[in-house]
Ligand binder design. Structure first.
Ligand code: GDP
Length: 443
């Protein structure tokens, strides 16, 4: 999981201040020192860190901050907001041209994930926006890039425009757009040629393609694993091409996260998508706010809900969302949702999105299916009343439940504690977002 080191350090720092009824200038100073170190260690650009710290410090000590919530929570709220702003604030969506087709030019260095992302994006546009994209194989330099796109096209059952590797990318782009108009495609996604390094020749060629294709969107694909290099690459591409958006790939790896946090601040180009794996459906719209919450251990309830909505029937998802928001979530719901949740994907991935779940000490719940079976057995051994009102579960009830489920009292205690912690986290998060005023809905 990306950001693990950073998340752990920041959460550790923030936990110290969370409950404080009073926050002194000295507290903020000390905390900022730790946040600064954590960010630098995560490979965040030095200047970006400096700016970030300065603005958090100023806001954390400012008047307005000290009113609602506890001061400790306020400081965390400021950190969360500034981190969100740093990554672009609002979600930045892919361009839609007023006249069809919308032309998207994909650029990037070899190995960044450009060809894969081209196909992923086409899949995303069709699946989630009901579009009809044409894929264009214009990476004539990397051996096998054309074939790779062809294969991906077949897998998606989507047409790929291909003139082989002896025709110039400029010519390919030109003919592809004509073809798209002819066949009524509403998106054209051009996989341009990459190189191993940024060089003059590459930039010239891309500029020519840009001229002929007049793209509505130039998406730069960068590899998050390369850290500050990714940011430097973004800077040079941007200087030459005026990139309109960045796709950060390999965020599923154990990148320290520096690129995700610095790219927008350094290049002033928003991250529009994140690659979360090699599979064709592992591309996600980038939500700065959710990413910030995830880094700060407030989980990612919104992403979770969205996932639920695409994989669970609408009605059930709505109930789940409401319960999570009102903190009405009981063990009964837990059981009911368990099967549904299992349909959504790997459990540890989902649990990671839940508030508090990626915190140290709660790793026990990031479990394998066997462990889930144990949890399920414990919950099933509770009476209806206990499921609805876990607070009534005293020592003798715990003993009974452990016996009934074939587990130990420690197991039962642990589960009850985790459930409470989870609810507390959710509450905190809800307070925080309501403190921010009415915000966007889901999605
Ligand atoms: P290109 O040279 O930029 O076109 O790169 P490719 O599309 O061939 O991707 C290079 C490698 O990165 C391939 O093995 C891809 O499967 C892999 N890759 C691309 N995006 C992701 C991602 O988001 N996560 C992971 N784990 N691998 C990715």
């Amino acid at each position: 999981m990306a950001f693990e080191g950073l998340a752990e350090r920041l959460q550790g720092t923030l936990t110290k201040i969370r409950g404080k009824g009073k926050v002194s200038e000295q507290d903020v100073k000390e905390m900022m020192r730790e946040v600064r170190l954590a960010l630098l260690e995560a490979d965040v650009n030095f200047k970006v860190v400096k700016q970030f710290i300065a603005s958090v410090r100023e806001k954390a000590l400012g008047q307005e901050v000290m009113k609602s919530l506890t001061p400790g929570q306020q400081v965390i709220k400021v950190v969360n907001e500034e981190l969100t702003a740093l990554m672009g604030g609002e979600q930045s969506k892919i361009a839609v041209s007023s006249k069809s087709p919308t032309v998207v030019m994909m650029v990037g260095l070899q190995g960044a994930g450009k060809t894969t992302t081209t196909a992923k994006l086409a899949n995303h546009l069709r699946k989630n926006h009901n579009r009809k994209p044409l894929l264009v194989a214009a990476d004539i330099y990397r051996p096998a890039a054309i074939k790779q796109l062809e294969t991906l096209g077949k897998q998606l059952n989507m047409p790929v425009f291909n003139l082989g590797d002896q025709v110039s990318p400029v010519e390919i782009a030109k003919q592809a757009i004509d073809k798209a108009k002819e066949d009524h495609h509403d998106y054209v996604i051009i996989d341009t040629a990459g190189r191993l390094h940024v060089d003059e020749e590459l930039m010239q060629e891309l500029q020519q393609v840009k001229e002929i294709a007049s793209p509505d969107e130039i998406l730069l694909v960068v590899d998050a694993m390369t850290g500050q290099d990714a940011v430097n690459v973004a800077e040079s591409f941007n200087e030459q091409l005026d990139v309109t958006g960045v796709v950060l790939t390999k965020l599923d790896g154990d990148t320290r996260g520096g690129a995700a946090i610095s790219v927008k601040a350094v290049t002033n180009t928003p991250i529009k998508f994140a690659g979360m794996g090699e599979k064709i459906d592992q591309l996600e719209p980038f939500h700065p706010e959710r990413m910030a919450s995830r880094i700060l251990g407030m989980g990612d309830v919104l992403s979770l809900i969205e996932k639920a909505q695409t994989n669970i029937d609408e009605e059930k998802a709505k109930q789940l969302e409401k319960k999570m928001r009102t903190m009405d979530f009981t063990f009964e719901d837990f059981l009911e949702q368990l099967d549904q949740v299992r349909n959504m994907g790997p459990l540890d991935e989902l649990l990671n999105m839940m508030p508090g779940m990626n915190k140290k000490g709660m790793k026990d719940l990031q479990v394998d299916e066997k462990q889930v079976g144990k949890v399920e057995a414990i919950v099933r051994s509770m009476t209806t009343k206990e499921k609805q009102e876990p607070s009534i579960i005293n020592a003798s009830r715990r003993r009974r439940i452990a016996k009934g489920s074939g587990t130990s009292i420690q197991d039962v205690n642990r589960l009850l504690k985790q459930f409470e912690d989870m609810k507390k986290m959710m509450k905190q998060m809800t307070n925080m977002s309501s403190g921010k005023g009415k915000k966007k809905g889901k999605g």
